[in-house]
Every structure is written in C-alpha cells, then in structure tokens.
Design a protein around this ligand. Structure first.
Ligand SMILES: NC(=O)c1ccc[n+]([C@@H]2O[C@H](COP(=O)([O-])OP(=O)(O)OC[C@H]3O[C@@H](n4cnc5c(N)ncnc54)[C@H](OP(=O)(O)O)[C@@H]3O)[C@@H](O)[C@H]2O)c1
Length: 294
C-alpha cells in the first residue's frame, strides 16, 4: 500500500514567491458551496485557493478566508481577469479584491488570451489583443501592492513568444495555468514553459466533470495496486511532474483525500505519461472561444 501524506510541497516561482503545489479549485462551485469548500480546505491543510471573477464565487471564497484561523500570509489566493475586462484591468482587480475582502491577491492571471466585449466570438484570432492587457498587469505588479505575482492562462507557445518579445514587456509570467492531466500532457508546451522558467498550474487535473480518466484502465489499475483513490493517482502524478495542481471538489471526504499524495514508482509514472499517446490527447474544457492552434 502506498504511503499517503498531506502534500506540503511548495514551488518557488520566477519572482521568488512560493506557491503550494496542491490547491483547491472552485470553478462551477456555487458561492455557498465555494464558501463551504474553502472553509473545509483551510481546516484540512490546504494553503492555496484558485478562483476567478468569472466563477461568480469570489465572495464565498473571501468569506471563508476572512473567517479562517489560518493567517492571511499563509494562504495563496489566485484570481483571474475575465475576457470582457481587458480594457479595465485595475477596476476588475479592485472588484475582485472587494469581493474577496482582501488587500492583495498572491497571483493574478489573464484568464484567456481573449479580449472582447461579447461572449459570442466567431473568429477567436480577432480578439487576441493581450499585450496591452499584460502591460496593465505589469504596471500593477510593479507598484507592489495589490498582486504578489502575475501570470497567464490558456496561452500557447506562439502567444507566449509574442508576449515575451513584445516591446515594453519586461515581466515574465510566473505561471501559465493550462488544462493538464494524463490525457493531455502537452509535452511541447511543458518543455517551452520549463525553458522560460514559467510554472504550469494544471487545471482540470482529474479531467473535470464526468471525467474519462476515472474510466481509464491504466489509472484504475495503478489506484488499485497502490490502494489509493484514482484522484490521488492523478494529483500525485501532476506534482511529480513538477506542476502545481488545483483539483476542485465540494465534498468533504474528497477535499480531504485530494491533498494526500504519494510517490509513484518509476513504472507507474511512466505508464501515466504514456496514456496521452495511447488514449489521448483529450481536452475536456474547450469553451469554443479560444484558439489553441496559434
Ligand atoms: N484557467 C482556466 O481556464 C481554468 C479552466 C478550468 C478549470 N480551472 C481551475 O481548475 C480547477 C479544477 O478543474 P475542474 O474543476 O475543471 O476539474 P477537476 O478538478 O479536474 O475535476 C472536478 C470534478 O471531479 C470531481 N472530484 C473531485 N475530487 C474527486 C475525487 N476524489 N474522486 C472523484 N471525483 C472527484 C468533482 O466533483 P465534486 O465537486 O462533486 O466532488 C468535479 O466533478 C477549477 O475548479 C478551476 O479552479 C481553470
């Protein structure tokens, strides 16, 4: 039987800020559920919560943080700028901070490389105006008050390259938050990000709702062999791969077990790495408005 332990690992980001490897995801958690889940998480050794203005639950998350006995400086809070707010970054951040009842967030991300007034996008490439958005984040970061670190989400190699080479861009994102699990390992993107000292936060690490990973033979066999939950296999794999990982749950038992990880044997780690080629790649989250090709 594998030895499960509460995961206390932290990664040091390229600006020196430390981030706990395992955090709580909150997408599709209603505000009251997000409140309860965040509260349970903070009572059960989590020090990292991931939310976004688009999730509509920052108030619930903030309430749990404000009531928690865990000191603010020991909680890593991520929130994200929504697509329709690219032209008013500071206003959107202030609104998030107000809802979260916080003076600062630890990490502020551009949620998607999509800058638009409308959710109805026909040609995503017309809305990829994110350089100016990044410069607004950069300015707020350099002022040193409202954010400890800034990053991006759902960026491809080409988009990051364009961003890093743009005039006036001199802060490298600390993180690219992307969908990552054994059915979507994205080896080229991972290699690129590693070369730029940009960490990955693996979102939908369990394969999101109705996950094909919970039916995947390799995952189930490894879980059975090690006498652990399939989710624990996936979360342990993500950390062992040097990524930050943010499984979402609103259930107490799952919240508790998702932060307990173990070290996969070389053989099991390799088998999980190979699922992508055998059964994938499979993206579980495609909102339809993003351009993953460029
Ligand atoms: N940046 C982005 O664009 C982006 C996109 C997607 C997600 N995210 C972030 O990443 C987080 C995680 O991704 P996700 O919410 O898509 O999916 P996920 O964490 O991969 O999976 C969540 C699903 O798995 C279930 N689950 C949780 N723990 C489980 C366990 N131990 N055993 C069995 N089922 C379990 C959850 O149900 P219950 O809640 O009912 O337990 C839920 O249905 C999000 O919540 C969000 O914070 C970011």
């Amino acid at each position: 039987m594998a030895e499960l332990k509460v995961n206390t690992k932290k990664f040091k980001l390229n600006n020196g800020v430390e981030i706990p490897a395992v955090g709580l995801g909150t997408w599709r958690s209603e505000p009251e559920d997000a409140y309860k889940a965040t509260k349970l998480a903070l009572e059960n050794d989590y020090h990292h919560i991931d939310t976004a203005s688009a999730y509509g639950n920052e108030e619930g998350v903030g309430k749990a943080i404000s009531e928690s006995k865990v000191p603010r400086e020991n909680i890593f809070v991520t929130t994200k700028l929504w697509n329709t707010d690219h032209n008013k970054v500071e206003e959107a951040l202030d609104e998030s901070l107000k809802k979260l009842k916080l003076d600062y967030v630890d990490l502020y991300l551009i949620h998607w490389p999509v800058n638009t007034d409308s959710e109805d996008i026909k040609d995503p490439s017309q809305y990829e105006d994110y350089i100016e958005t990044w410069k607004s984040l950069q300015k707020i970061y350099k002022e040193g008050k409202k954010v400890k670190a800034i990053g991006v989400s759902n960026f491809t190699i080409k988009k990051l390259d364009k961003l890093l080479n743009a005039e006036g861009v001199d802060v490298v994102p600390v993180i690219n938050q992307i969908e990552a699990h054994p059915l979507l390992t994205q080896p080229e993107l991972v290699k690129y990000l590693t070369s730029k000292d940009i960490y990955i936060t693996a979102y939908s690490p369990l394969g999101s709702n109705d996950s094909p990973l919970f039916k995947n033979e390799t995952v189930l066999e490894i879980a059975k062999k090690n006498k652990v939950e399939p989710a624990q296999v996936l979360i342990s794999w993500a950390v062992q791969r040097n990524s930050i990982v943010i499984p979402k749950s609103v259930h107490e038992e799952r919240i508790k077990s998702n932060i307990e990880t173990f070290t996969l044997s070389d053989e099991d780690f390799k088998a999980l790495n190979e699922i992508n080629e055998k059964d994938g790649p499979k993206r579980t989250n495609d909102p339809g408005f993003n351009n993953y090709d460029d």
